[in-house]
Write a protein that binds this ligand. Structure first.
Ligand SMILES: Cc1ncc(COP(=O)(O)O)c(C=O)c1O
Length: 323
């Protein structure tokens, strides 16, 4: 839109008469509606700012599309246009049209939300909250403080407050800890999240894996390997080292890494370091199959390394099948 123009850059082709309601009448109507704008008769509304859902005028193109649209029952051109546009804007592969926002929420939350779940959000839209609470779950608003203060100016007032979100995890949590680990050459980043129950971890993992272009699942071999069968994927070996032994640990990893590279069924192994604690590391190792990975676990070399590890580790090592 051209913001220089002092008027809207379009011509109106249809007019509908509306009436300005005097101030006293507006006050009376607001009081009678108990300040709930849903209760005010539409005939008394002069400028309608209740919704952005497109309930007023349609453009000439929208009206025209009613005529030029393809209403074929299957594989219609209009559907392809629609699907392609949604995919382009959102980056999501699957598009399921729904005639109404609150009906879409009902379908989605019916699948995702169960009794006693806690659903954090910036601020729940009213129908979203209703759909969550209807299922006996908690709709938790975690918006940043400036979002709750209409008098404050800020570049974006819809951010989730990570402090409030973190506190919610503490309060309701099956969540134990989430840390970000980076490969030492910066080529790979891993979000490792520890949960009390396997089902909580799976739910969180499924949500993250749905985010386009943000997160790949452990086991996805990443760029350049699209479509390649990754087999059982990644095994994570988590170690917290005694600070004085950190260098030695990293060197030993180099040697073990060399040995792994020779092993049958081994794809890739990297040392990942916690961004917030350089002594907390994990070895992410990708294998063709669980059997191949177990072959390494049973090897003499692994046993010797574990023996040596007792001296240098500050904590019990944890070995986890990540995918
Ligand atoms: C999250 C969400 N739910 C529901 C709605 C309401 O849409 P509808 O009137 O189609 O139910 C909106 C509208 O913007 C919305 O953003």
């Amino acid at each position: 839109m051209d913001h220089e123009l002092p008027f809207e850059p379009y011509r109106v082709k249809v007019v509908e008469r509306i009436h300005r309601v005097p101030r006293e009448e507006r006050q009376r109507l607001l009081q009678a509606a108990e300040y709930n704008i849903f209760k005010i008769p539409s005939a008394a509304i002069y400028v309608d700012l209740l919704t952005d859902s497109g309930t007023s005028a349609m453009s000439d193109r929208q009206w025209g599309a009613l005529m030029t649209g393809d209403e074929a029952y299957a594989q219609s051109r209009s559907w392809e246009d629609f699907e392609g546009t949604i995919q382009r804007i959102t980056g999501y592969r699957h598009v399921l049209p729904c005639h109404q926002g609150r009906a879409a929420e009902n379908l989605l939350l019916g699948e995702l939300v169960q009794e006693r779940h806690v659903i954090p959000n910036n601020i729940h839209f009213d129908t979203t909250r209703a759909n969550v609470e209807f299922r006996g779950a908690v709709a938790l608003d975690c918006v940043c403080d400036e979002g709750l203060d209409p008098t404050r100016e800020a570049p974006f007032k819809g951010n989730m407050s990570l402090t409030k979100l973190g506190a919610a995890f503490e309060k309701y949590g099956t969540h134990v800890r989430t840390s970000v680990y980076e490969a030492r050459d910066g080529s790979l980043t891993a979000v490792v999240s520890i949960w009390d129950t396997q089902s909580a971890a799976k739910t969180a993992g499924d949500f993250l894996a749905e985010l386009p272009d943000v997160v790949a699942r452990t086991g996805d071999r990443g760029e350049g390997h699209a479509g390649e069968e990754s087999g059982f994927g990644t095994m994570g070996m988590f170690y917290t080292v005694v600070p004085d032994y950190r260098e030695e640990f990293v060197e030993t990893f180099g040697e073990v890494g060399g040995m792994l590279a020779e092993m049958e069924g081994h794809h890739d192994t990297r040392l990942m370091v916690n961004r917030d604690d350089e002594n907390d590391m994990f070895i992410a190792s990708q294998w063709r199959s669980r059997e191949d990975a177990m072959g390494f676990f049973r090897s003499d070399a692994f046993r010797d390394t574990v023996q040596w590890g007792r001296e240098v580790l500050a904590d019990r090592p944890r070995h986890v099948f990540l995918a």
